[in-house]
Design a protein around this ligand. Sequence first.
Ligand SMILES: Cc1ncc(COP(=O)(O)O)c(C=O)c1O
Length: 365
Amino acid sequence: MYSNWVTVDTSAIRNNVQYVLEHTQTQVMVIVKANAYGHGTIPVALAAIEAGASWCGVARFSEALELRRANINCPILLMGFTPKEHFEDMIVNQVSMTIWDPDQIPWLSTSAERAGQPARIHIKVDTGMSRLGIQPEKVLDLVQLLNDNSYIQFEGIYSHFARADEANPAAADLQWDRFLGVLADLDSENVRPPIVHIANSASSLTRAETSLSLVRFGIAMYGLHPSAECHLPEEFRPALSWTSILSQVKTLPPGRGVSYGHEYVTKGYERIGTIPVGYADGFRRLPGNQVLVGGKRVPVIGRVTMDQILVQLDKVPESKTGDEVVLIGRQGDEVISAEDVARVWGTINYEVACAVGLRVPRIYK
Ligand SMILES: Cc1ncc(COP(=O)(O)O)c(C=O)c1O
């Protein structure tokens, strides 16, 4: 029915959420930002909640609204920047927001007053990621501002690891110690935020002590390895596969140029296949790509074009128009994983999953 399509196995999502729930014995916030890492926000969120996840984490207010519009009523944390013009909308929709700067407070309380209900907030502490967050030594002052403000509900405090997916634990240890230091400082002032969190996929699987009130579970929920140094236990299953078909198969004579620029020229009589996927679908315009045809890896030849690629099919002489092509996933005994694709593209599996374009239909099983 389609030129190329993504299949998301929601039972893999459920399986992976159940694993982390059992393993950490704490609440799970599933990270469904960026269209659930390309997998599709709503079906992933529903599967994860069905499996026992209690929170959803997003990066943009539009992603929070998408969840609410689909009647997903669980707590949502907006982990990124929220333009102040959208504070009121987030409060009305009972989306918890991330705060890291005292300057956010006046607008937040004005918005809460207008909304007629308190703003729920989590303070983000920069313990070493250096991206978003208040410096540890300034947390107490910010908390003081919140305590004096009846329009603000101080729901939680959190931080984010920069290097929990590395074999060497030193950098993550330092962040963990800084975070514990902040919690101890608050405790000495009798401030005990209800929800305290720092763990991502990597640390929730490798550092039991970091699970705290909840774990923010992203890449591992999709069955993708946090990094080459932090592999998932074998119980995890990848949820996403990306498939297409051979739209044409032909034999070309020697000396024929293939695709724009004729970077590939046939050496002899060669079987060449055309596949309706291109860089506009997110298939990167880089050399070295491979796909599966007839259960075998075949090379993508010539330049990737906007809507189509070409493959050399001499290894699969029986292949014909209409045959299935796997870009990511399993075919017979062969697998091309998101990690394999990431190596060819010079990136990480996170970016591969997010790269699959919006024009590619997602099918859920
Ligand atoms: C603040 C925050 N928490 C949690 C996560 C989830 O991380 P992971 O996908 O490595 O589990 C992310 C992802 O980028 C994030 O930005």
